[in-house]
Design a protein around this ligand. Structure first.
Ligand code: SDX
Length: 432
């Protein structure tokens, strides 16, 4: 195949270079389009537009493939841990024992948040959404360690390792604190002797003089859940982090924008929406069949939440792994959750239903993750917070990729204007 695409607009014909990725992805580089033709491209929702070239994560939506730095998600889910996978995503290779020790110590030693942040938590209403608090607090981390948030790219890059460890470690502390405040409970301090997931569960659920000691199955399930969410190519929130970082904004400001983007129900908020959907179906005494009909007709805007994906037109490999782990955990905990039975029924019916089949709508990562989180004891309004904790390594790796690329330009898309072309100001008394 030639390494250029020919575009003909009217009588004008231009040649546009073709970019090929290491996994056979191909793109037409339209960098010269506007200068050569006066035209821009248009792609609502960017479904056909590459915003960057990245070495971090590869997805093949047709084959249901997901690889972090070339390693299949199935192998990492089976053999790795969230923190080891976080190192892989951020630094590009699996860590040696010494590198892992250094990385996990940096995280273990930086879980505390500045005591004055507790005062900020006290200022929120008790029903404030934890995602609102999380995005505000993660941005505020830079206020207490301004040397890590200078908006001077070279300096912020030089301090990246410390800032990244702060973000991965403290996101747990902030998340748990928002939960404790919403319950009127004292904020728990992290314990350095606890490993990553255990420390989070301790901060969430321990009582004074009565430490919460999770069973290994719960810790493993949480580790797996975080690992499966660790990165996912140029999704809405990660692209947001890259866009904000492209302007030179520091790491905390950039990940705070990612948290905000993740909150939407079509993105990371879907895990909450799935449980709300399953509970609605259960409360209506429906086995899911009626709901599926409503979702197909788009009645009252209903969608089968946790189904469909912009990229996966086959099974989301993460959904398969979480679905199996969900069964495992609930069996081990002796929990029988009617929502799981309804989810299984929905999956079975939808996968045999022409509407979903022809639109290639399969369960995505959010379909089962909420059931697993509920079994662990995480409240529904914290589900997307858990997604943010998991996605932190991906956001950090993408911010670093933007900041360390000397060719990075600020992201600034164009538009096609469809408003009034030209009109005069009319004084208020003449406006009728
Ligand atoms: C995540 O990008 C990522 O990688 C995200 C993520 C990550 O790890 O970062 O994977 C995490 O966000 C997963 C997705 C979670 N969201 C949901 O589960 C919400 C329900 N799903 C959808 O709303 C939808 O499928 C999206 C948002 C995920 C994808 O939307 P698209 O690609 O813009 O597709 P679309 O809305 O244009 O839908 C195409 C057709 C439409 O029907 P027609 O107009 O062709 O008749 O499929 C229908 C839609 O109505 N459709 C659904 C549906 N999803 C799409 N119909 C019913 N139920 C659904 N869930």
């Amino acid at each position: 195949m030639s390494n250029a695409a020919i575009l003909k607009i009217g009588e004008k014909e231009i040649s546009l270079p073709i970019i090929e990725g290491t996994a056979d992805e191909k793109a037409v580089n339209i960098g010269a389009l506007r200068k050569e033709t006066g035209f821009i491209s248009y792609d609502d929702g960017f479904g056909n537009t590459g915003s960057c070239q990245s070495d971090i994560t590869f997805i093949d939506g047709d084959k249901g493939i997901l690889r972090y730095r070339g390693i299949p998600i199935e192998q990492l889910a089976e053999q790795s841990s969230f923190l080891e996978t976080a190192y892989l995503i951020i630094y590009g290779d699996l860590p040696t024992a010494a590198q892992y020790q250094d990385f996990s110590n940096r995280i273990r030693n930086n879980a505390m948040i500045d005591e004055r942040m507790h005062l900020i938590f006290e200022g929120y209403p008790s029903d404030a959404h934890p995602m609102a608090m999380l995005s505000a607090m993660m941005n505020s981390l830079g206020c207490y360690d301004p040397h890590l948030a200078t908006n001077n790219r070279a300096q912020d890059l030089a301090n990246f390792d410390e800032a990244a460890a702060f973000a991965i470690s403290k996101v747990r502390t902030v998340a748990a604190a928002s939960y404790r405040m919403s319950r009127g409970l004292p904020i728990n301090y992290p314990k350095r002797q606890l490993r990553y997931a255990e420390n989070f569960l301790h901060m969430m659920f321990s009582y004074p003089y009565d430490d919460y000691e999770p069973i290994p199955e719960v810790v493993n399930a949480l580790n797996l859940m975080l690992l499966l969410h660790a990165d996912h190519e140029q999704n809405c929130s990660t692209s947001t982090v890259r866009m904000v970082g492209s302007g030179g904004a520091n790491l905390f400001a950039s990940i705070s924008s990612g948290i905000t983007a993740l909150w939407g129900p079509l993105h990371g908020g879907a895990n909450m929406a799935v449980i709300e959907m399953l509970e609605e179906i259960h409360a209506d005494g429906d086995d899911g069949s009626r709901f599926i009909e409503d979702a197909k007709s788009g009645k009252s805007g209903k969608r089968l939440m946790g189904f469909g994906h912009r990229v996966y037109k086959n099974f989301d490999p993460r959904a398969k792994i979480i679905g199996a782990a969900c069964d495992d955990l609930l069996n081990k905990l002796g929990i029988s959750d009617p929502c799981l039975d309804i989810a299984r029924k929905l999956e079975q019916e939808a996968l045999a239903d022409e509407y979903f089949v022809e639109r290639k709508l399969y369960p995505n990562v959010d379909f089962y993750s909420g059931i697993m989180m509920r079994a662990i004891g995480i409240p529904v309004n914290m589900f997307t917070v858990m997604f943010a904790i998991g996605r932190m390594p991906g956001w950090l790796a993408n911010w670093k990729e933007v900041a360390s690329n000397p060719k990075t330009r600020i992201s600034r898309p164009r538009q096609i204007y469809q408003g009034h072309v030209l009109r005069d100001y009319v004084p208020v008394e003449e406006r009728g």
